[in-house]
Design a protein around this ligand. Structure first.
Ligand code: BGC
Length: 482
């Protein structure tokens, strides 16, 4: 990776896919409209101290009513696809009771999908983007294995049946690691459970089975007639040894990768089971804690066979990088899942940060991450499902975001062209400034700003919107004057 500082003027392979993404709870609003049921985020926002600016997702960009404007914007951007997510509670409001399909909810997504196709944009649909129906959480959420698998599979079935004639790319879960570590580890996300040593592993275990169940359903009942793809979207920082000449740092860095990407990707893409190093380490820690059994749940042989091979691509969200070193002493007790990894995380002081303070801007990390994945998982096709930049204002004059996309996508180009990584798609996060989870409206990731004060939630493209649009038109960087 010696060419990290030079800029590569070249284009992406023909057929490379460009897109932009959003998620239902972050942009739709209309939380009480059209018979939608409650989600865990509706409930979580009721306690205003949970969200930094005491806001909520009740209206946000109002895409529930303004989806036609979103389609126009997406069209103007010139992408090949629009990645959106389906709100489970809108489609099946009473998921644990009657399980009835809500025709108004289905109609909303039909309108969106048809509107996209009418202007030549491919819909890419995520089934689950952080917004569990409240009724499922009331009965244990991701910790209730049979309920999660059963309700998620039924929900996936409804979506494949209703939309699969037109949606050819399905993402089951967005960012399993974030779901389980924030919702069941440190409790920052709803339902706010703090169980960083056990709950996280159980929730991940159940999620993997629910994912596999949905994939098998697609594979056996829909693939033949619908001819689409179904995959999961993982996420990780790129981990870099703080001292590449220190074997402990290098070893701990690998541990961090295995406990993050490997946690989900190893079962799916390698052998149906967790990475061996993860099993060993958690086994050792569990023994030290005086437990009889490992805190990491165990898959049966049948379950391993069921999980292995259940993703047509590796979906991946990528934002940042972190330096890793071996801890000097035993790690202090903390409520973070990361304690399980026994790694120390730091940043290079030269790295700039986004307004989300834990996101460091490290373009070559993307190239490094793609190479790590390519090697680890046998050149699996990677569908990048998110990369983006946050600042604190919605200003349309956003040179930092332009620079972000330019530098990250250029490093991606190097991964593809110089290193032979099998990356097939890039998705900019996100179309609109929107509800950024616990950060409310204080963090803006949009290529277009939204005037949240205005009745019509006016959308205005930023400079980065036009920059990305041009990059797509050129399929990369062919213009030396850029
Ligand atoms: C999530 C998005 C979020 C973005 C920026 C990802 O973790 O999938 O919903 O807006 O990161 O924080």
């Amino acid at each position: 990776m010696s060419q990290e500082d030079s800029f590569l003027y070249d284009s992406f392979p023909d057929g490379f896919l460009w897109g932009v993404g959003t998620s239902a709870f972050q942009i739709e609003g209309g939380t009480k409209d059209g018979g939608r049921g409650a989600s865990i985020w509706d409930t979580f926002c009721l306690k205003s101290s949970n969200i930094i600016d005491k806001s909520n997702g009740d209206v946000t960009c109002d895409s529930y009513h303004k989806y036609e404007e979103d389609i126009k914007l997406v069209k103007e951007l010139g992408v090949n696809f629009y990645r959106f997510s389906i709100s489970w509670s809108r489609v099946i409001p009473d998921a644990t009771g009657s399980g009835e399909v809500n025709p108004v909810g289905v109609q909303y997504y039909n309108n969106l999908i048809d509107g996209l196709l009418a202007v030549g944009i491919m819909p890419v649909a995520t089934l689950y983007h952080m917004d569990l129906p409240q009724c499922i959480d009331d009965e244990g959420g991701f910790l209730n294995e049979s309920l999660l698998i059963d309700t998620f599979t039924k929900y996936a079935d409804v979506c494949f049946k209703e939309f699969g004639d037109r949606v050819k790319y399905w993402i089951t879960f967005n960012e399993p690691k974030i779901i389980v570590t924030l919702s069941y580890g440190n409790g920052y996300f709803p339902p706010g459970i703090k169980s960083p040593f056990e709950g996280v592993y159980q929730a991940a275990h159940n999620l993997l089975k629910a994912h596999a169940s949905a994939w098998h359903l697609y594979d056996t009942s829909y693939r033949n007639t619908q001819n689409g793809k179904c995959f999961i979207s993982l996420n990780s920082a790129f981990f870099i040894p703080k001292d590449p000449n220190c074997p402990e740092d290098v070893e701990t860095t690998e541990l961090a990768h295995q406990f993050t990407t490997g946690w989900f990707a190893h079962p799916i893409f390698i052998d149906g089971d967790y990475p061996p190093i993860m099993k060993t380490k958690i086994g050792e820690l569990s023994k030290k804690e005086g437990r009889e059994k490992s805190r990491l749940p165990v898959f049966t042989e049948e379950e391993k066979r069921f999980i292995k091979g259940t993703s047509d691509f590796l979906g991946f969200n990528f934002y940042t990088s972190t330096l890793v070193s071996a801890p000097d002493n035993d790690m202090p007790p903390d409520i973070q899942y990361d304690v399980n990894i026994l790694a120390k995380y730091t940043v290079d002081p030269s790295w700039k940060q986004m307004s989300l303070f834990f996101l460091n801007i490290v373009p070559h990390g993307l190239r490094g991450m793609m190479n790590w994945i390519n090697k680890e998982y046998n050149s699996v096709p990677v569908f990048l499902t998110e990369t983006g930049f946050s600042n604190s204002t919605g200003t349309t004059d956003d040179p930092d975001r332009v620079q972000f996309f330019k530098s990250y996508i250029n490093e991606l180009l190097k991964a593809v062209k110089l290193d032979g990584c099998n990356v097939i798609a890039f998705t900019a996060w996100t179309l609109l400034d929107n509800f950024e989870w616990v950060f409310g409206y204080t963090c803006k990731f949009g290529l277009a700003s939204v005037d949240f004060e205005s009745e019509e939630k006016r959308r205005t493209p930023k400079k980065s919107f036009y920059y990305y649009s041009k990059l797509i038109k050129n399929n990369g960087f062919t213009d030396i004057s850029e």
